[in-house]
Design a binder for this molecule. Structure first.
Ligand code: 13P
Ligand code: SF4
Length: 302
């Protein structure tokens, strides 16, 4: 009997579809995914694929970004519940208030934001290129939203640039505390702690390496160290355990799960492809404005 993976692969061929999956997804999704990685990589793949249909196993803003980059394609989000709590912390009105308090300063928005917020920001960034993007503006002061912690981490890496941050945050990453790092270090003194920049600064400051999900995975692969503590969503830990069985990975805490990412299962991917639901749409005038901000980022990231 044909299994769900074969059924999805058959549908992918029939419909000329690709599946993009974020590294926080349930790991079963990798069995059918064409591309798995961080937000920057997935947006680059969405921009360049020739497929007619993109199924996005990620959160809403990622699928919306794919639609803005490839408006002629059908972009499907298998489960509409998959929002991003951080992206929802800022809307157009709050962005305008933030900008009016700091007039005439370039605004960088994290890709974890809505199309409306992107449409009134100067440039977008992801966790892997945020430093490069802020630097590219050649300004001694920039506004950064919605992630206060990513913004402050970028500021700590750039001399002479003030990063004025908006008070947004990721509830999943903020569960990780400095005490967790200290406790795990005393149990595993040889291990390197690899951390996502959405974590609190008291955690990033004492980590061995800070990077995006893909950067963390590449660092673990290239490093001579054999033991690592993972301070980001557990999807990264699961993939590292699978891909690098010769190394040891320890999760900083057991409850670092993004509930929004975990909605998608193989059944949902199958239903979404078969019924061609749930299609993402973005109003053309809004999409044009948001595209400027995303395109500018992709240009700087080349
Ligand atoms: P990446 O840029 O590492 O994909 O991170 C996206 C994200 O939402 C992390 O919480
Ligand atoms: Fe959003 Fe945090 Fe989930 Fe990333 S981990 S998608 S920032 S809620």
């Amino acid at each position: 009997m044909e299994g769900i993976v074969e059924k999805i692969n058959k549908l992918k061929q029939e419909k000329n579809a690709v599946i993009l999956a974020h590294s926080y997804q349930n790991i079963e999704i990798d069995e059918v995914a064409d591309y798995v990685g961080d937000s920057l990589y997935l947006s680059q793949m969405a921009a360049k694929t020739d497929a007619e249909v993109i199924v996005f196993a990620g959160v809403y803003f990622m699928a919306q970004t794919a639609k803005i980059l490839s408006p002629e394609k059908k972009v499907l989000l298998p489960r509409t519940e998959s929002g991003c709590l951080m992206a929802d912390m800022v809307n157009l009105q709050k962005l305008r208030e933030f900008k009016s308090k700091h007039p005439n300063i370039p605004t960088v928005c994290y890709i974890n934001s809505t199309a409306e917020v992107k449409s009134e920001s100067d440039i977008c960034c992801t966790s892997s290129n945020a430093i490069k993007i802020v630097k590219s503006l050649n300004s001694d002061k920039v506004l950064f939203l919605p992630d206060n912690y990513l913004g402050k981490w970028v500021e700590s890496k750039l001399e002479g640039i003030e990063v004025v941050t908006y008070p947004g945050y990721c509830p999943t990453h903020l569960k990780i505390k400095r005490e967790d790092v200290l406790a795990i270090r005393s149990r595993y003194p040889e291990a390197e702690v690899l951390t996502h920049p959405e974590c609190h600064e008291s955690v990033t400051q004492i980590s061995n390496y800070v990077g995006s999900t893909t950067e963390i995975m590449e660092y673990a692969k290239d490093s001579n160290t054999k033991q690592f503590v993972i301070a980001t969503e557990e999807g990264v830990y699961e993939r590292l355990k699978r891909d690098l069985p010769e190394k040891e990975f320890i999760m900083i805490r057991e409850d670092i799960l993004c509930p929004n990412m975990k909605w998608h299962h193989l059944e949902d991917i199958y239903n979404s492809l078969m019924k061609e639901e749930h299609e993402i749409t973005v109003k053309p005038d809004l999409a044009i404005k948001a595209l400027r901000c995303i395109d500018r980022m992709l240009e700087v990231s080349k």
